[in-house]
Design a protein around this ligand. Structure first.
Ligand code: SAH
Ligand code: MG
Length: 207
């Protein structure tokens, strides 16, 4: 498998990532963290673009959060939005274990409400990772653009929906994702592409 080849050669997850996956299993949380290659790609994108403030939508157990936060500069911060209080707690514990607790700030609640608060408070971000409820992906992109600094990067996970987006007879979820992909492709404020790694990662820059 191509993905195993890439993982073996280029990802080499540190033990902390296995610990996070174990904590997700033990706490009976959904096992839907990003793939290791997606994690590594997010890490590289953060290293390349050197964002000061990163916003993650959908924390789960902190797996993607560790990839993102560990790529930050000294002054960089990660804000992570999570609707489930218990998940946010576990994610925080995992980031703490990874030595990253000083960089991260978890906010609990529906992400759209929290994004609205950021807008009102003049809070701005340079890098976004969208990975929560798929039904709101279009809303998230627009809310992210509203709190984005010039040239910010927006990424989104699961945009190939296990390849189902190309089926002619799409499932409900695949339809939602397909519409999101069309939305991004034609968005006047974005230049974007899907990178077919893991479950598909949108990479976009705000015009
Ligand atoms: N990014 C994580 C996986 C996130 S899974 C990783 O790869 O490690 C999706 C997460 O989004 C779940 O933890 C879920 O509780 C959260 N979520 C779902 N709907 C949400 C909403 N409206 N606002 C904030 N978080 C939400
Ligand atoms: Mg995902």
């Amino acid at each position: 498998m191509i993905s195993q080849y890439i993982q073996k050669l280029f990802v080499g997850e540190k033990p902390i990532f296995q610990d996070v996956k174990l904590s997700i299993k033990e706490n009976k949380m959904p096992e839907i963290s990003v793939s290791p290659e997606t994690g590594k790609l997010l890490y590289l994108l953060v290293k390349m673009t050197k964002p000061k403030h990163v916003l993650e939508i959908g924390a789960l157990g902190g797996y993607s959060g560790i990839w993102l936060a560990s790529a930050l500069d000294e002054q960089g911060t990660l804000t992570s939005l999570e609707i489930n209080e218990k998940f946010a707690e576990i994610a925080y514990q995992n980031l703490e274990k990874a030595g990253l607790k000083k960089k991260v700030n978890y906010k609990i609640g529906p992400a759209l409400d929290l994004l609205q608060e950021f807008k009102q408070n003049g809070k701005r971000f340079d890098f976004f990772f969208i990975d929560a409820d798929k039904e709101n992906y279009q809303n998230y992109v627009d809310a992210c653009i509203e709190v984005a600094n010039d040239g910010a990067v927006i990424t989104a996970d699961n945009v190939l929906w296990k390849g189902e987006v190309v089926d002619t007879n799409r499932s409900e979820k695949a339809k939602i994702i397909h519409e999101f992909n069309q939305y991004c492709a034609h968005h006047p404020k974005l230049e974007s592409l899907i990178v077919p790694i893991g479950d598909g990662l949108t990479v976009a820059v705000v015009k």
